[in-house]
Design a protein around this ligand. Structure first.
Ligand code: GLU
Length: 283
């Protein structure tokens, strides 16, 4: 068994991250398996080195250990580019020149599980115009979802202990797989890295269950293995809302600085002893 915890260094870790990391760590350790850390630092404009340092210090403070130096997504851009080239050669992605405002202005834009579904404007651009614009105009790359989903056929994944789940990538429409400032989307980078690391069980918050539709499709298209998934309940704060990076009250770095015993805190979370007002909820 190989599990991982994959923080994005765009803010401080909070109690919800601690809960997730502990579950993934303990699941592997319980059966003599391995546990890895991946740093999702692909978004260069939002990632901060100070948050990487703080996250690793938080995890050590909780008493967690890992089996290899943390994998950094910023070191793996070549692998993501190779996968994009492969998808482009097969006509499964296309450049999109639409701005956010263009998409918002589209009256028909329906909503999918992760937000507005792209109306497909640039999918229909004549090839000559597309090539001319690619040279000069800012663009991202989107998957041609109808084509990709048809090629992949019906897809399922195993939700640990709860049986097979049907993946519905089509509901998400033509999602972005790469853009200039982040050369691989979370979906693409995470899928490729989980396979490269040999992750056998992806253990993460239930807020990401809809993303698994897309990850499962990318595995099929790129010939990658499908891990087992466990989407755990989310830690919610006193208002019943899931914790966000701006919730200073739950910041692990702040607790660490206050002299809280991290190992005792980790044992409390393991035993389901949550701070007053906190709860675990399935979204
Ligand atoms: N960096 C992602 C996040 O923090 C990781 C998600 C995952 O575990 O796949 O949401």
């Amino acid at each position: 068994m190989l599990t991982r915890f994959a923080p994005s260094p765009t803010g401080e870790l909070h109690l919800g991250h601690a809960y997730s990391a502990i579950i993934a760590h303990d699941a592997a350790r319980a059966v003599g398996g391995r546990f890895h850390i991946r740093i999702d630092d692909i978004d260069g404009s939002r990632s901060r080195e100070a948050y990487v340092t703080a996250a690793l210090a938080d995890l050590e403070w909780l008493g967690l250990d890992w089996d290899a130096p943390p994998l950094r997504q910023s070191d793996r851009l070549g692998d993501y580019a190779a996968a994009m080239d492969d998808l482009a050669r097969r006509g499964l992605v296309y450049p999109c020149f639409c701005t956010r405002a263009d998409i918002a202005a589209s009256l028909s834009a329906p909503h999918g599980p992760l937000g507005p579904v792209y109306p497909g404007t640039c999918r229909a651009l004549p090839p000559a115009l597309r090539d001319a614009r690619r040279a000069d105009d800012p663009h991202c790359w989107r998957i041609d979802m109808a084509r990709a989903a048809a090629l992949a056929g019906p897809l399922t994944w195993e939700e640990e202990g709860r049986g097979p789940r049907r993946a519905d990538p089509g509901a998400h429409g033509d999602v972005v797989l790469a853009r200039k400032d982040a050369p691989a989307s979370y979906h693409l980078a995470s899928t490729i890295d989980d396979a490269a690391l040999g992750v056998s069980h992806v253990i993460r918050g239930a807020d990401l269950i809809a993303s698994t539709d897309i990850h499962r499709l990318l595995q099929a298209l790129l010939g990658l293995p499908t891990p087992i998934y466990r989407h755990h309940p989310l830690l919610c704060g006193p208002q019943g809302k899931r914790l966000a990076k701006r919730d200073a009250a739950a910041s692990l770095a702040a607790m660490r600085a206050d002299g809280v015993d991290g190992r005792a805190l980790a044992d409390d979370l393991r035993a389901g002893r949550l701070p007053t007002g906190y709860s675990l909820q399935m979204p």
